[in-house]
Structure formats: structure tokens, C-alpha cells
Design a protein around this ligand. Structure first.
Ligand SMILES: Cc1cc2nc3c(=O)[nH]c(=O)nc-3n(C[C@H](O)[C@H](O)[C@H](O)COP(=O)(O)O)c2cc1C
Length: 369
């Protein structure tokens, strides 16, 4: 088998077959219509285009409850109108041959913010603009100037688990064939894992077993809400970049427990639990986390982070770093990248354009014109 074959070799997760091992990670676009609905003029075109040639497309962080919205411009999935509207998003992805997945999120203490561009960008949302007091494990703010979250009561924790499960069931109704839990970037599920944000002394805080309880219960409950044949992915910040934070060793320890609870793949990101933090960067910079978890924990992984070429993606698969490669910003700006390299992946009209421009090399029009 050639190395190119591995990148474009199908991957099976439970009963779901991905035609290749290339995926779009969840990327918030902050373009939701009122009601936290997909905007047909944005989301349908956006996701259709980014599904060309892809194995998996994970639709952006979608809140399981209004208080779990990171920004008012996020998608939500707690009512019937949202379920119905998301059906079309799943359809345009599937129509291009990619598997549609949905990322479910509760932003926790990072809720109630502005989107990352425009006036007043990337800041706490003012009360006058509809801001609210976010929920978190402990009354510790994400960063200076951010609201102190309300410490979640056990009843509110139970509610959030039920909200994740209800949203997962809605995602299936809408036609998504995989669900990803957002347990990274300081959102609710990550904030319970990390001693930086979680100072609780009850069953949900303290040592490893207690800090991981919420994520484990959520995985089990969501698993039970999904058909057996559909995969459940968990996006984790594999480490914090702060002293006393969640570590890669913690992730290695937790990953097999999550797999036993019903998770099928760990999507390996990092950081984001508090500010300020300094993250390293560089080509494929987070891939070593995916490799460590895959090898030490024996759980399938996805690698993500500054993977910008198909050559890098192929190398990561060939050297056993991961089972799936996610390409974010590169595919936002260059969605034809996979099909340009393997024209068979392109829809027929584009395939012909690729053949008649690239092959001739001189831009000749097809003979019938
Ligand atoms: C504009 C933008 C929006 C993002 N939204 C999400 C999101 O909704 N959920 C998530 O888990 N990660 C999100 N991320 C992180 C990406 O999924 C990805 O992990 C990150 O961009 C690194 O990959 P890249 O270097 O290929 O872009 C976002 C990143 C960017 C730049």
C-alpha cells in the first residue's frame, strides 16, 4: 500500500465509514441567525464547499443550552426549530460524500463573550448587549475582566448532562452521523477536569477521579442517547499550559476510561483553560499529543493544529501519529485542497475543470465549447 493510499483509505468508526482520513475540525463561524439557527445564506454554502473531498466534517461548536453559548452568534441545539434547520446542514455535507458530525458544546465559564472580530471583539459580553452570568465548576473567572461564574449546584450539573444527551439525540434526528463533545479549550467539560478552574470539594472536584466525573458521566449518558452504530468523538485539551493544570499524563490516564464509557476517538487539541497562557506553535505542533495518547492509551486519535499540506497529513498517518487528520484554517481558505490533489474527489463539474486546466497546462477550454 502506498502512503497516498493511507490518507485516502476509508476509516471505520462503529458503523460509519469515512471515505478517507481527512476531516474539518469544528470551526465556529459566528454567523448564526436569530434563534441561534443556521443561516441558510451562510452555513449551507460554507459547509457544502468544505465537504468536497473530505472524509469527515465537524460542524462548529453548537450550544446544548442558551447559557452554554460562547457568543450570541453561535449555533444552538435545544429546540425543534434548530433541529429542523440543522437537518439541511447535515444534508449538504452528506450530499458531497462526507460524514456530517456535530460538535456539542457548553461554554461554561467562557460563555457570554463577544465574537472574535469587529468592535469590542473577544471580550465579556456587556449586560446591555444581553450578557449573562456564566456557569462554572467554581467561582473563578476565566481571565481578568471576565465575569466570575456561578458555581454549579449538583442539580445544575445533572441538568447539563441531560442537555448534552438531549442535544445528541437531536443531532441524530437532524441527520448527523457522529457527535463530538467539546471537552477542550476551557469550556465546561474541560473546566471541570482542570484544577485551574475546578476548586470544588464535592464529588465533582478534588482528585483525578472526582474532576473527571462530569466528563465520564456525560460520555456515558450521551453514548446511551446515541444509536450503537454512531460514533462519539471527544475533543480534549490534552494539556494546560499553566503550572498545576491538566497534564498530558492525565489525558493518557483518562482516555481509556472514556473509551470504556463509549467514546470512539479522542480529538487532540490543547490549552485554553485560562488567560494568560503561552502556547507553543509550529507545523503539526499538537500532533505529538495525538501520538502519545494513541500509543500509550491505545485509543484512536485525531491530530489537529497547523497541518496545512496533504504531505504532512499523509506523514502523520503513515508514522502512526493518529487515525484521522483534521485541517482547520487551511481548509477554511482553501477548501479545494483535497480535490485539487485527487480530482476523483471533486464533483463532476469541478473535476472536469481540474482536468482541462491542470492536465493541459495551458488552460484550454473543453472541446465541446
Ligand atoms: C475561527 C476559529 C474557530 C474555531 N472554532 C472552534 C470550535 O467551534 N470548536 C473547537 O473545538 N475548536 C475550534 N477552533 C479550533 C480549531 O478546531 C482547530 O483546532 C485550530 O484552528 C487548530 O487547527 P488549524 O491550525 O488547522 O486551524 C477554532 C479555531 C478558529 C481559528
Amino acid at each position: 500500500m502506498t502512503t497516498m493510499d493511507l490518507l485516502f483509505t476509508p476509516l471505520r468508526l462503529r458503523d460509519v465509514g469515512l471515505r478517507n482520513r481527512l476531516g474539518l475540525p469544528a470551526m465556529s463561524t459566528y454567523q448564526a441567525a436569530p434563534g441561534n439557527l443556521p443561516d441558510p445564506h451562510w452555513h449551507l454554502a460554507h459547509y457544502q464547499t468544505r465537504s468536497i473531498g473530505m472524509g469527515l466534517v465537524v460542524v462548529e461548536a453548537t450550544a446544548v443550552a442558551p447559557e452554554g453559548l460562547a457568543t450570541p452568534n453561535d449555533l444552538g441545539l435545544w429546540d425543534n426549530a434548530q433541529t429542523k434547520a440543522l437537518t439541511e446542514v447535515a444534508e449538504v455535507i452528506a450530499a458531497q460524500g462526507a460524514v456530517p458530525a456535530l460538535q456539542l458544546s457548553h461554554a461554561g465559564r467562557k460563555a457570554s463573550r463577544t465574537r472574535p472580530w469587529g468592535e469590542g471583539a473577544d471580550a465579556p459580553l456587556a449586560e446591555a448587549d444581553g450578557g449573562w452570568v456564566p456557569l462554572g465548576p467554581s467561582p473563578v473567572a476565566f481571565a481578568d475582566g471576565y465575569r466570575v461564574p456561578a458555581e454549579m449546584a449538583p442539580q445544575q450539573i445533572d441538568t447539563s448532562i441531560a442537555q448534552f444527551a438531549a442535544a445528541a439525540a437531536r443531532a441524530v434526528t437532524a441527520g448527523f452521523r457522529a457527535v463530538e463533545l467539546h471537552a477542550g479549550h476551557g469550556r465546561l467539560l474541560h473546566s471541570f477536569l482542570s484544577p485551574i478552574a475546578n476548586r470544588r470539594t464535592d464529588a465533582y472536584g478534588g482528585d483525578f477521579d472526582h474532576r473527571t466525573l462530569l466528563l465520564r458521566q456525560t460520555v456515558r449518558t450521551v453514548r446511551a442517547a446515541l444509536p450503537d452504530g454512531l460514533p462519539l468523538l471527544v475533543r480534549m485539551s490534552c494539556r494546560d499550559f499553566l503550572p498545576g493544570g491538566w497534564t498530558l499524563d492525565d489525558t493518557v490516564r483518562l482516555a481509556p476510561l472514556l473509551a470504556a464509557d463509549g467514546a470512539d476517538l479522542i480529538d487532540c487539541t490543547s490549552g485554553g483553560v485560562a488567560r494568560p497562557e503561552t502556547r507553543p506553535t509550529g507545523p503539526c505542533w499538537q500532533a505529538p499529543y495525538a501520538a502519545t495518547i494513541r500509543h500509550k492509551a491505545g485509543v484512536p486519535t485525531a491530530a489537529v493544529g497547523k497541518i496545512t499540506t496533504l504531505g504532512q497529513a499523509r506523514d502523520l498517518l503513515t508514522d502512526g501519529t493518529c487515525d484521522l487528520v483534521l485541517m482547520g484554517r487551511q481548509l477554511l481558505v482553501d477548501p479545494m485542497l483535497p480535490a485539487r490533489n485527487l480530482p476523483d474527489l471533486a464533483p463532476a463539474p469541478y473535476r472536469r475543470a481540474l482536468a482541462t486546466t491542470a492536465a493541459a497546462g495551458d488552460g484550454h477550454l473543453p472541446p465541446e465549447l
